[in-house]
Design a protein around this ligand. Structure first.
Ligand code: HEM
Length: 400
């Protein structure tokens, strides 16, 4: 039986971005006292414990994506909103572009890009690690994979960041979010027209979708648009948060930072710890297809339940000293983090994200002796109930 819940965490609105600013005391409370919580403000459930999220993600008969993965926001035709066979088919159209094998083929090119970004930072007196590296790298890679024209890339990044805010819940779909979406639609239509004019001969992912067929039928306009949005959304902001958040944490811990310089073979494990610790997505939602009992409460058929990944990643039932950032953490003894989700919707871009974070760490630790925050400045965070992370990280880099 769970113990009594202190008053200060009553009536929590999980869609409110502010709820997830410095949220770990609150997550600890729910992990311990109310592992299944009904958010009255939004009429949705939230789960926190590692094993509960795993149980829900695995039970794809009872918990589906097809009614939406954001709270009270209807689904669109992108793969993340599909279930079963339809999901498999949509995902299969592009999954070969994201396999570990494909990533190994890309690695040298990505390394050159990272090296170039670090070169450019090292000639500056002061940098912003978010703008100059953490946001620039993922955007450049996803833009290359989609063959977005060079001059459009900064604008696309801005529209995508805007669109992401709408994922917090219906009341956050503001005029600004709608405007960003309209701009993206125009950009998408231009890209489609360019490809049609060129006879759809390219090998970029948008062309792959345009040429693809499912059961003998081409994707319709709306499927094409929303797969395109999803890839941009998945590809950019999350990886940015992980690279920036990891470097920010390491900048405060010269022992762990120097260990990565002295022994780069520690870096892949450090990447996992960064992804666990930063956990860019706050949650994804599922909808129950039947009444389901958990912790003595009933999630009713048709109700949504939010999987609070950052809480599960710090579940003391799974991790020793869960709030400690430890690049030596032994993931073979503790649980694998849930930052990429689990099951059929496990992040399509996980290998790409891991490679981007790994190469950024390799280049930074080998070339930069220390990362210092300039006097009077502070890193700034995005406030969001969808993806969290740094929006700026001013720094002075000391070269080796
Ligand atoms: C650190 C970086 C990233 C994190 C933490 C992350 C996290 C996630 C999560 C939690 C999901 C949902 C999983 C579920 O519901 O079980 C997801 C799905 C997805 N991600 Fe990522 N992601 C990252 C990077 C990327 C990148 C780089 C791309 C592509 C370029 C990408 C593309 C996608 C796509 C397309 C899906 C939907 C997959 C499906 O429905 O089958 N993600 N990601």
């Amino acid at each position: 039986m769970e113990s009594k819940c202190p008053v200060k965490f009553h009536n929590v609105d999980f869609c409110d971005p502010k709820t997830h600013d410095n949220p770990y005391e609150m997550y600890d409370h729910f992990l311990e006292h109310e592992p299944l919580y009904f958010d009255e403000a939004n009429g949705v459930w939230e789960v926190f414990r590692y094993d509960d999220i795993v149980a829900i993600e695995r039970d794809t008969e009872t918990f589906i994506n097809g009614e939406g993965v954001r709270p009270n926001i209807p689904p669109d035709p992108a793969m993340i909103y599909q279930d079963g066979e339809q999901h498999n088919k949509q995902r299969a159209l592009v999954s070969s572009a994201f396999t570990p094998r494909q990533m190994r083929k890309m690695e040298n090119r990505v390394r050159v890009i990272v090296k170039d970004l670090v070169d450019q930072m090292l000639v500056k007196d002061e940098v912003d690690i978010v703008t100059d590296l953490a946001a620039a790298l993922p955007m450049r890679l996803i833009a290359d994979m989609l063959a977005i024209p060079e001059e459009k890339r900064p604008a696309v990044q801005q529209w995508i960041n805007g669109i992401m805010m709408g994922g917090c819940g219906p009341e956050y779909v503001t005029d600004e979010v709608n405007e960003c979406f309209e701009h993206f639609v125009m950009h998408h239509e231009e890209m489609v027209q360019d490809r049609l004019a060129a006879g759809c001969k390219g090998s970029d992912i948008l062309t792959i979708w345009m040429n693809a067929e499912i059961n003998g039928e081409k994707l319709d306009e709306s499927q094409l648009l929303f797969e395109h949005v999803l890839l941009n959304v998945g590809g950019a902001e999350t990886t940015r948060s992980a690279i920036a958040g990891g470097l920010e944490r390491l900048s405060n811990d010269s022992r762990q930072y120097d260990a990565l310089y002295e022994d780069p073979s520690l870096i892949p494990n450090a990447v996992e710890e960064i992804i666990r610790w930063v956990c860019p997505f706050v949650n994804m939602y599922r909808t129950a297809t039947r009444d389901y009992e958990m912790h003595g409460k009933i999630i009713k058929e048709g109700q949504q339940v939010g999987l609070t990944y950052p809480a599960a990643n710090r579940d003391p039932r799974k991790y020793k000293d869960p709030h400690t950032f430890n690049i030596f953490r032994d993931f073979t003894q503790e649980a694998k983090h849930l930052s990429f989700g689990l099951g059929p919707h496990f992040c399509l871009g996980a290998s790409l994200a891991r490679m981007e974070i790994r190469l950024s760490l390799e280049e930074m630790t080998q070339r930069v002796k220390s990362i210092r925050i300039p006097k009077g400045k502070e890193p700034e965070y995005v406030s969001s109930s969808f993806t969290r992370g740094l929006k700026s990280f001013p720094a002075i880099l000391e070269p080796r």
